[in-house]
Design a protein around this ligand. Sequence first.
Ligand SMILES: Cc1cc2nc3c(=O)[nH]c(=O)nc-3n(C[C@H](O)[C@H](O)[C@H](O)COP(=O)(O)O)c2cc1C
Length: 311
Amino acid sequence: MKTRVTALLGIEYPIIQGGMAWVAEHNLAAAVSEAGGLGLIGGANAPGEVVREEIRKARELTDKPFGVNVMLMSPFADDVAKVVVEEGIKVVTTGAGNPGKYMEMWKNAGIKVIPVVASVALARMMEKGGADAVVAEGTESGGHIGDQTTMSLVPQVADAVSIPVIAAGGIADGRGIAAAFMLGAEAVQMGTRFVVAKESIVHQNYKDRIIKAKDIDSAVTGRSHGHPIRSLRNQMTREYLKMEQEGRPFEELEYLTMGTLRKAVMEGDVMHGTVMAGQIAGMVKKEQTCKEMISEMTAEAEKLLSGTSFR
Ligand SMILES: Cc1cc2nc3c(=O)[nH]c(=O)nc-3n(C[C@H](O)[C@H](O)[C@H](O)COP(=O)(O)O)c2cc1C
């Protein structure tokens, strides 16, 4: 399964673990990289020094490449952008905006820049701005989402840009990887399945909620103010959706969700916390090590793709 993405990132398998806020810390990122994929540390809203610490801890666990997801809307984005350069990180993915203002600094440092996009227009803009690849993320994903499905977005992005495309959203087994390749992707990024990895520090209640989830168990909150988020249904999503229907102001909705991802991930409050996960949660049925997950998925994908020329 060697592609332009495995060559670009110096990894064995074309599998990237999404830079998930609170979830993607050094233990998970290092475990995925050790297993031959690319682990990412999720910068989220953390200050630069916290991200630096996470990078250093991951380095103690693996000498394989791993990257950092820089959330561009974070109040600490400028700091984190500098920290990745100072720490010699070689791959950065970006979410929630345009990384244009950091591009020169990152390129000069030899960093591969991979923005997450939810439309063809944004993918084209990122290619023009010097991105090395893009993650085309469908609305099936956990966390912040766009409108297009992975099935329709990936081939359209693959046709529109000449840099490699990484598919994300609704992929959690070898069939998903093979399908993504058939759509023109050269790697996949997965979030939901890695949340339940044995090495993931996520509270057991959160993992159990994903493992018990059915196909229809996710809900999207925040559509009314243009920042939709997919998470598993609970007391919090019910309350939020009711308030949205009532047309309550953005500030009130924001207040309701403040700190709720941390509450679910760290404290295991899966009733009032935000249990971010994608539609594919219904298919994630067991905790496994990252190595077991990656070996199982790549073996299945290779079998399905054998004899197929996917590029
Ligand atoms: C708990 C959780 C938190 C996430 N946080 C982020 C984030 O901070 N930045 C980001 O770019 N993507 C984030 N994502 C999206 C993932 O990186 C990934 O693209 C997505 O989960 C892929 O879809 P899947 O969940 O169907 O595998 C998050 C996803 C989950 C499940």
